[in-house]
Design a protein around this ligand. Structure first.
Ligand code: PNS
Length: 166
């Protein structure tokens, strides 16, 4: 039984993330999506909101779970008995920092291996930050994020704007 952890900010979840989850779920017995509770990154959505949106988007996906963590990914991986950390790779620009992180994690725990899964071509350019920017300026985000994320994302960004320019 191989457990994989798929860590990230997921602020918010995109179709690109779901694609990686599905690919990972076909390879590993158990995939734990691990949402980082990181207030220093000033996430748009609270950890609870991100977790609920992910759960809703996932629907019935056997072997896939959602959890939150604080601190180091590798400690969370140990906690859930994972031997694998999954990260999605888009362009070459992702590679350097992802490679550094993978090597650091291996240094911290040689028993855990990072597996990079290339994203599908249609999600190559997707990122949560780009989608937030698109939504902020009224662009159509419906094709990039799961249906249940569209409403909250639009609402939240409108509220943020009102906050900034009352
Ligand atoms: O979705 P993101 O923001 O690209 O995810 C980054 C994440 C959460 C995977 C990374 O920042 C992380 O693992 N943070 C926890 C601290 C940690 O373990 N850092 C790497 C070793 S120092």
């Amino acid at each position: 039984m191989i457990t994989a952890v798929y860590p990230g900010s997921f602020d918010p979840l995109t179709h690109g993330h779901l694609d990686i989850v599905d690919r990972a779920a076909r390879i590993f017995d158990r995939v734990v999506i691990a949402v980082l509770e990181n207030p220093s990154k000033r996430p748009l959505f609270s950890t609870g909101e991100r977790v609920s949106m992910i759960r809703e988007s996932l629907g019935e996906r056997p072997g896939v779970e959602v959890s939150t963590f604080n601190g180091l990914t590798i400690d969370f991986a140990r906690q859930v008995g994972a031997k694998v950390i999954v990260r999605g790779l888009r362009a070459v620009s992702d590679f350097e920092s992802e490679f550094q992180m993978a090597l650091m994690n291996r240094r911290l725990e040689p028993e855990v291996t990072t597996v990079f899964i290339p994203t599908s071509l249609r999600h190559l350019f997707l990122s949560s930050s780009l989608i937030k920017e698109l939504a902020e300026f009224g662009g159509d985000i419906a094709e990039f994020v799961p249906a249940n994320v569209v409403g909250p994302l639009k609402q939240r960004l409108t509220r943020e704007q009102q906050h900034e320019h009352p």
